[in-house]
Design a protein around this ligand. Sequence first.
Ligand code: FAD
Length: 394
Amino acid sequence: MVEVLIVGAGFSGAAIARVLAENGLRVRILEQRPHIGGNMYERTDENGVRSHVYGPHIFHTNSERVFAFLRRFSDFFPYEHRVLGRIDGKLVPIPFNFTSLETLFPAQQAKRLEERLLAAYPGREKISILDLTSSGDGELRAFGDYVFDRVFVHYTAKQWQQPVEEVDASVINRVPVVLGYDDRYFGDKIQAMPADGYTALFGRMLDHPNIALELSCDALGRLSLREGKLYLDGKEFPGPVVYTGAPDALLGYRFGPLPYRSLEFVFEQLELDSFQPAAVVNYPNEEDFTRITESKKLTGQVLPGRTTILREYPAAYAPGAARGGIPYYPVPNEANRALYERYRGALAAYPGLLLCGRLAEYRYCNMDAAVERALDAAQELLREWAPRKTEEKA
Ligand SMILES: Cc1cc2nc3c(=O)[nH]c(=O)nc-3n(C[C@H](O)[C@H](O)[C@H](O)COP(=O)(O)OP(=O)(O)OC[C@H]3O[C@@H](n4cnc5c(N)ncnc54)[C@H](O)[C@@H]3O)c2cc1C
């Protein structure tokens, strides 16, 4: 029986493991944390509130294939995510929409701006803030500058510790301006949350007789790479290795560390029915933190008189440090992509190694994209390794 080694028990590693296991391959997973689920892991506190330990994770997708796969391991309840932002002392919908406009501008001016926006971008439901700040219409440009300043400039400086002009346009374009009243944060046709949480979903996904899981095990202490071959515990590993960790760490940071931004979450338990009117409230401007998440508004738990909130503080990434020790967001720019390509190029010398996931591919990806990529990767591996298994049987 072919054995496959997988480093990491997040969505990338777990989805591949499950598909391979169901197709008769034996899978060994090494996970450095003491728990499964990667960054989707949740913890239930003394109040019974389930919180996303590594930041709020909302499932949304247009992929029926991904949703069908995940629904095998959990029921989901419909959940449409709405975010408010504190701007000029008022709570308004983010992404900025017509309700935000009408809350912050005098009625007549708001009406005029809405008419001009609809006339300038006919048939469009969303535009990029960069469309607005470069508009040929002076009034729309001034409006764009206002939104850019209040929603993007300070938030981006906090989050990325860089002036907004230096941040990749792909980051700025993640949050559009909505030409209407749709106040949902995501536009995907499937928006839902796992009924009893992600950790339970992962538990069921990994519960298969062909999957062996080792927690609290840093693969870097067990796995070595020499002259095109992969070794586990000093012995050549004959099967494929799927690596969902950071590629610079795997090569001992030989070309220098890949830059990341980190986060720090500060939890607070409160004796309240409700702390804030939405699951997430952004604080783009004055505060040091970027947002507050109220956990039970994401999990759908009904817990009168008890709630848990988490404040999210951006932090410099410092590998191994107590604060800022976790790589959360790759910093997208040309130099960093080139650095990543050097690592990928060096690792291409190991044909048995497959890089998969947000760290291994050094890119921000939502959960659904991670699962979709994992399902494709599993098919790739099956094409190569499942026939060999049949031959071995014969
Ligand atoms: C703050 C934040 C919020 C997000 N919110 C959303 C959201 O709302 N919706 C959404 O769709 N997506 C969201 N995402 C994206 C989502 O987190 C990713 O899509 C997902 O984490 C990808 O899964 P993964 O398995 O590739 O990575 P991970 O979940 O990071 O899993 C990788 C695993 O590998 C393990 N590992 C790494 N190195 C080693 C090693 N040397 N040895 C052993 N194990 C190792 C890690 O411990 C980890 O468990 C968010 C991301 C962040 C940072």
